[in-house]
Design a protein around this ligand. Sequence first.
Ligand SMILES: C[S@@+](CC[C@H](N)C(=O)[O-])C[C@H]1O[C@@H](n2cnc3c(N)ncnc32)[C@H](O)[C@@H]1O
Length: 442
Amino acid sequence: MRSFPTQTMDRALAPLLSAYRAAESHYRLQPLNEPLGRLFSFAFNTQRPVHRWYMFKEGFAADLVGSFIHEFRVPKNDGLVVDPFSGSGTTALESQFQGYSSRGVEVNPFFADVASTKLRWLEGDVSAIRASIDEVLASPDLAEAQVDQWPELTSFKRLYSESVLSELFRLKARILHTSDPADFTSAFLLLGLTSILELTSKAYKTGKGLKFRKRQLIKDPEEVRERVRRKWLEMLEDISTLRGQHIEPGDARILRGDARSIPLEDGCASLVVYSPPYANTFDYNEVYKLEMWFMDHVTSYEEWRRVKEASLRSHVSLRIGAQEQGDELLEQALSLIEKPARGEVEMLRAYFADMRLSLLEQKRICQPGARVVIIVGNSSYRCVPIATDLILARLAESVGFSVEQVRVGRRLNTSSQQMALYNANDPAGMDFIRESAVILHR
Ligand SMILES: C[S@@+](CC[C@H](N)C(=O)[O-])C[C@H]1O[C@@H](n2cnc3c(N)ncnc32)[C@H](O)[C@@H]1O
């Protein structure tokens, strides 16, 4: 069991907290704005056409993008709305709906694929897809997927019953057999199938990884087919709904790439809206491994290692060597972490070094006058708050942005052990455990 500081903590933290307060007033911190904070959650998207095709817990609400387009009066035909950490593509899809040209940049092949498929909804031919659904669901004996065709990832055998897993692979084989992989229909059906992988498994996703369910929800192949059928019909309904709305879609695309070297031209962006991974040890690749391997984005452990290493250094499972010291405020916080876990200090330094590189790139692609909105959560290490919102504001300033404001959207929780210690010793420290919008001006 790791030791936690007790009585001395409040006095030790005091200088850090006053440095944070000074930064807050320098950046005109707007205190808790609950309507803004509600938009930091993906929950609203589960009611929105196409956004709901894939539940990406770590995403934000489509309306967040709309509200910043509106607030900053972003012109329609002058520049791109860019999301350098595109995830499931909320920014690009909402911009497309609103008639804006947009680019999402995403390093992870699975998320890039999810987002690209959503953007292709326009290509959907409802009656042809309906016929494909019938074809895929018919003839359950055909194209049986063999056990030896399952991916190498051992978790599949632990997280599924054999009959459910066979059915999932059989359906995948049927989709690939009955539709041309280059066609939207194939991408549509595969996305719907992938979206039920969690529900049909023995585990569920949490902020820290996959956790076993007490009770398996779906046990037989018939239920798997019924679930995916329902999902496909829901997705089809969205295409019909949008067709009726006479949308004039913007040109929106997803680029596979790295936010630290954005594959876009200088001065092309009129608005940049994004939420990067948070510095909180959470590894997306771990949580979405079933989906990545199921869809053949990863076919070997070697490839998986490469995918993990390509992402921002925001979690300790990557081996990160010694790092140079970083921002002063960050270093002040790091010096207070008693007995840091292995790799923790290096990861935090690497995280902010990566974010600095990305901010430099964002500055390069922004038109003069463009805004950048960063939705980010702070974290806490052994009762030392890491105010990522303020540290990013400082880094942004150091690369040449002006910081317009930091708006607090929601309070966050930390581990119950840390919460109890904060409350007992330094309740003021909890003020910094929050999610905010950092607004920059180029
Ligand atoms: C918080 S999620 C973004 C969610 C998105 N706003 C949405 O609504 O779906 C952060 C994303 O950044 C991606 N990412 C991590 N490192 C990256 C990098 N170096 N370049 C581009 N994307 C990266 C992750 O794979 C993840 O999809």
